[in-house]
Design a binder for this molecule. Structure first.
Ligand code: SF4
Ligand SMILES: [Zn+2]
Length: 128
């Protein structure tokens, strides 16, 4: 995370050697604090895929900008980290897809169950 901020700050705020300007230092401190207190605990998703976005609107926007704009920079300077992050993002997407799939299956099963019950009830009333 610090490396990502460093790349961005070096490029956009004229700092050197992964050093951060006061604004980026403050943003990084907020992000790190929020992450340590993340309500998801060990199931924490990647922040840029999270629905809560706990950093607040302005800081989330700034954070996203840093994450997006350094995507390529990270890949050249720290390829292993960039790949790990990409894989983690893909795994979040995959989990989301699996959860949605399971939910759809559950909904379908419920609907089928309800239909069968209605049919059985109908039949029972006819047989009376
Ligand atoms: S943005 Fe979401 S995942 Fe990231 S620290 Fe906040 S709540 Fe946790
Ligand atoms: Zn900066």
């Amino acid at each position: 995370m610090k490396k990502t901020f460093g790349i961005y700050c070096n490029k956009h705020h004229g700092t050197k050697n992964d050093k951060l300007c006061p604004k980026c230092t403050a943003l990084l401190a907020t992000v790190m604090t929020k992450m340590n207190r993340c309500p998801y605990g060990i199931t924490k998703p990647i922040c840029d895929r999270c629905e809560i976005q706990c950093f607040g609107e302005k800081q989330t926007k700034e954070f996203m900008e840093i994450m997006k704009s350094t995507g390529t920079g990270m890949f050249f300077k720290h390829p292993i980290m960039a790949i790990k992050h990409k894989m983690a993002s893909m795994s979040v997407d995959y989990s989301k897809h699996e959860m949605e799939k399971r939910q759809k299956e559950k909904d379908k099963a419920k609907e089928k169950n309800a239909q069968e019950k209605a049919k059985a009830k109908e039949k029972a009333e006819k047989d009376k």
